[in-house]
Design a binder for this molecule. Sequence first.
Ligand code: ZN
Length: 103
Amino acid sequence: MTKCPQCGKDVSFFERDLITGTCPACRGIGARPATLGCGTLLLIGLVVWLVVGSKVNRVRDEVTELRSEVAELKRAVEQETAELRALREAIEASAPPTTRRPE
Ligand SMILES: [Zn+2]
């Protein structure tokens, strides 16, 4: 038997509150200090929603930015590839037959 911290009455292990150790009577009248009011819960939910929402937005912005950067890079690589191909063709066309690499 343990004692209820609220009223000091003996309370059995099965009856006492798991968190606060209060008896059912004290629990019934709202002695549980860990209990959060509905408004507090709503406020916490709102804050969490705002924080998560802003983080999600930031990540989405970053992804959009990265995507456009990737597209830009792809375009640049394609341009470089085309330039390299043109250069190789120009070199092969101008090179004398003797300096061409054996095939
Ligand atoms: Zn009690």
